[in-house]
Design a protein around this ligand. Structure first.
Ligand SMILES: Nc1ncnc2c1ncn2[C@@H]1O[C@H](COP(=O)(O)OP(=O)(O)OP(=O)(O)O)[C@@H](O)[C@H]1O
Length: 511
């Protein structure tokens, strides 16, 4: 009850802010439309300038950190919001006025348990940058090292907890009252969103991500991660080596420094595809403000708050799918979706092949430098929705990161195709990971791990058997309906009930 009242109160504030920015219309939910009308009632209809997405972005900034992050997360969902709104939200700048340096100093002293003078020789009170979750100060340590000190925004954790509770409450309510929204798995999406922000709120996680990425690139001079100062790092404070570089979009400055843009571009493409395919661990926020070029023309990345992971199986599927698209083998590109289980098996592979061709031909038919793999993936995710493809948050994140990486590539050379640059890398990776040798290695590995798991599997069978014997298993009504082929769920093949019955009978007789 208290929760409902608190959330209703916050909802009212949110509705007012959205209405002030004329952004309620952008939220395509019946309740929002109703609120829009109610709040406009009695006021002269005054229209704010800009597109609905731009007005929504302005409202989200006013609503604070959680909503800025929510807007950024939603910007990957063109499948839900449409291209224009998603593009407008992706412009959402994560910039806020800095909080006072005295607060930053207090947090540092509390978390590192030492007076600031003992930690740093000098500490610049003017923040280098301030965003919704943290701000960065420049400092020099007692040992004379130039460092960047990232400090969590005061009060951000409490505000986040309150807003997440509201979002979950809304998601539960929407799923309960709007069955057609269930496919979107709103509550689960709120959980995923909470997890990702949760990581961002503990700067030790960011430090760990930076260290992991540094390890992945050991021995590769072309891409570097600043060193972490773990002694000056805690939950709300992250200290890392200061990067003296040129932001990657300042092409004029790079040329003046005698650096080759072609070289930098090649390094950027290689680094990105190595992250995705070789390591399955990628920087998901590599905008030009977070990517520098040092005096030797090597790349240095900062900000490891948002990272993406793709497991080996997904990477293999992704690679096969891309090769399918790039070689015009749409049947293969379509089949991969079924093999990966992204599209349910009861969908028609021919129709899906046709759908793949319909989105790929207009993109792949363009001049090489205009081909965008990120756009292709974006279109693909939109179309797969019609084939009941389950949303894959990691793939959406990857698609957005690819879009940013391609943007960086085009800033360096408007005539480039990042894919062509990285293609040899991906093809080699595919040969290493999908060739006959890799298959043998994998099969042997699987066999060994099955053997290792055998005792546990037997124990589980035993447990399942005794549960059955004590009458402990009851089928959920939805499962029964699905087995009967009701409710639009996937129909199980006819032989399944017979096999199940036979197995049960065998177990009973065996006893
Ligand atoms: N080690 C560093 N050396 C030099 N500049 C840095 C360093 N770390 C961060 N910065 C600067 O501070 C800015 C903000 O840092 P960071 O991106 O880590 O914070 P953030 O709060 O996640 O911001 P955003 O989400 O907008 O990227 C960076 O874009 C960069 O310009």
């Amino acid at each position: 009850m208290l929760r409902s009242l608190r959330n209703l109160n916050r909802l009212f504030t949110i509705a007012r802010v959205l209405a002030r920015h004329d952004a309620l219309d952008a939220v395509e939910l019946p309740l929002a439309q109703l609120a829009a009308k109610a709040l406009r009632f009695g006021r002269a209809a005054s229209r704010q300038p800009g597109r609905p997405g731009q007005r929504l972005a302005a409202a989200l900034v006013e609503l604070g950190p959680t909503f800025i992050k929510l807007g950024q997360a939603l910007s990957t969902r063109a499948d839900l919001l449409g291209d224009e709104m998603a593009a407008d939200l992706s412009e959402l700048q994560d910039r806020l006025p800095p909080f006072p340096a005295i607060e930053a100093r207090r947090i540092i002293e509390e978390d590192l348990d030492a007076p600031i003078e003992d930690l740093f020789q000098s500490f610049d009170d003017t923040a280098v940058a301030a965003a919704s979750i943290a701000q960065v100060h420049r400092a020099v340590t007692r040992d004379g090292e130039q460092v960047a000190v990232k400090v969590l925004r005061p009060g951000v954790e409490g505000a986040f907890k309150r807003d997440i509770d509201l979002l979950r409450w809304l998601a539960e309510w929407a799923e309960l009252t709007q069955p057609k929204l269930r496919r979107l798995r709103l509550v689960e999406s709120v959980d995923t969103f909470e997890d990702s922000i949760h990581f961002e709120m503990d700067l030790r996680f960011e430090a760990a991500a930076a260290a992991e990425m540094a390890e992945n690139f050991v021995g590769d001079e072309s891409f570097r991660v600043p060193a972490i100062d773990w002694t000056r790092t805690a939950r709300r404070v992250l200290t890392l080596e200061w990067v003296d570089g040129i932001p990657v979009d300042e092409t004029q400055a790079m040329v003046e420094a005698g650096l080759s843009l072609d070289d930098i571009l090649k390094k950027a493409a290689e680094a990105f595809f190595n992250m995705v395919f070789r390591d399955g661990f990628f920087h998901a926020d590599m905008h030009p403000g977070n990517l520098f070029v040092d005096r030797n023309g090597n790349l240095v990345a900062v900000d490891f708050g948002i990272m993406g992971r793709v497991d080996l199986t997904t990477r293999r599927h992704l690679g096969q799918m891309l090769i399918g698209f790039l070689s015009g083998d749409y049947r293969r590109a379509a089949e991969v979706h079924f093999e990966a289980g992204w599209v349910p098996a009861d969908k028609n592979v021919d129709t899906f092949t046709q759908a793949c061709r319909s989105i790929a031909e207009p993109i792949m038919g363009k001049p090489l430098h205009e081909i965008s793999i990120a756009k292709l993936l974006g279109q693909l995710f939109k179309i797969t929705e019609q084939f009941a493809m389950q949303t894959q948050p990691q793939l959406l994140m990857l698609q957005k990161s690819m879009l940013v990486a391609e943007g960086v590539g085009r800033t360096l050379d408007s005539g480039v195709n990042m894919w062509e640059l990285a293609r040899p890398l991906i093809e080699n990776w595919m040969i290493d990971n999908l060739g006959p040798q890799a298959r043998v290695k994998e099969t042997v590995g699987n066999a060994i791990s099955t053997l290792e798991r055998l005792p546990r599997m037997l124990a589980e069978t035993e447990r399942a058997y005794s549960t059955l014997m004590s009458g402990g298993i009851k089928l959920h009504p939805e499962t029964v309906a699905a087995m009967r082929g009701e409710g639009g769920r996937r129909r199980l093949p006819n032989w399944v009930p017979w096999v199940l019955t036979a197995v049960l009978a065998a177990l009973l007789l065996w006893k």
